[in-house]
Design a protein. Structure first.
Length: 254
């Protein structure tokens, strides 16, 4: 996968994950079940045996639902079961709608290692005024060949990819740091803050100031610090309802 995605694995389905050591990634896992019979589960195609295994989506709403679910579990364990359950059902409904609206998965061409390397190079140099020529040189391709390949395998030109990844990092910094918009713009290689403002609004549809005002949550300070090439998610935790677990153990004679 070369884009944000949701992976769904239902009970009884065999699954295996292989991670590319040369392509940094971040993952959130939510393991859940429904009390009682399986018939109590909502009638979503997503939850049925043989349902879609992968739903590709970079929708910020869905990512924030996952993030909020983790925050509730971490910061509000007292009413985690009710709140997290509602958040999870909302997320499942939205994902199921995406699966229904999307065309059937088609076999995709494997992304060339040069493209993967170029994407990694972009993520590691977001603070620099990166050019397409520099990016092409980093993978040993010409400017023209890199541009054609990027459009073919990512749907965006190298320049558009650089801009979008810089703006995505800016969004993270706006929500997880207290630096001013001007300072964030400079940290991402923009020497002209007004140009950064225009680019941000062009990509996100709202200004950077409006984005921070609309989405900022002080609890995000609890998340794992942002590093180069990282997406800020909570540190690994296993969360469960201890009362339910003890009750199940008693019934099983454990």
């Amino acid at each position: 996968m070369n884009e944000p995605s949701f992976i769904v694995t239902r009970p009884g389905e065999r699954h295996e994950y292989r991670y590319d050591p040369g392509q940094p990634s971040r993952h959130l896992f939510v393991h859940f079940t429904f009390e009682g019979a399986e018939t109590e589960a909502p009638p979503l195609r997503l939850l049925q045996r043989g349902g879609p295994p992968i739903i590709r989506s970079g929708d910020e709403l869905l990512a924030n639902l996952m993030k909020q679910l983790m925050l509730v579990a971490y910061l509000h364990p007292g009413n985690f079961r009710r709140r997290a359950g509602l958040l999870l059902l909302t997320l499942l409904e939205e994902l199921d709608s995406l699966a229904e609206d999307s065309p059937a998965d088609r076999p995709e061409e494997a992304i060339p290692p040069q493209i993967a390397k170029a994407l990694d190079y972009i993520d590691k140099h977001l603070g620099a005024p990166l050019t397409v020529d520099e990016l092409a040189a980093s993978v040993g391709w010409t400017h023209e060949h890199l541009s054609r390949s990027f459009v073919r395998f990512t749907g965006r030109s190298p320049r558009e990819t650089i801009v979008h990844r810089k703006i995505e990092r800016a969004c993270q910094l706006l929500l997880h740091e207290e630096r001013s918009v001007k300072e964030i713009a400079y940290s991402l290689g923009y020497s002209d803050e007004n140009y950064f403002y225009r680019v941000f609004k062009q990509v996100k549809g709202i200004t950077a100031v409006e984005y921070r005002r609309k989405y900022f949550n002080p609890w995000y300070s609890e998340l794992h610090p942002i590093g180069e090439g990282d997406t800020p998610y909570p540190q690994n935790r296993i969360l469960f309802n201890a009362a339910m677990l003890n009750d199940k153990q008693d019934k099983q004679g454990l």
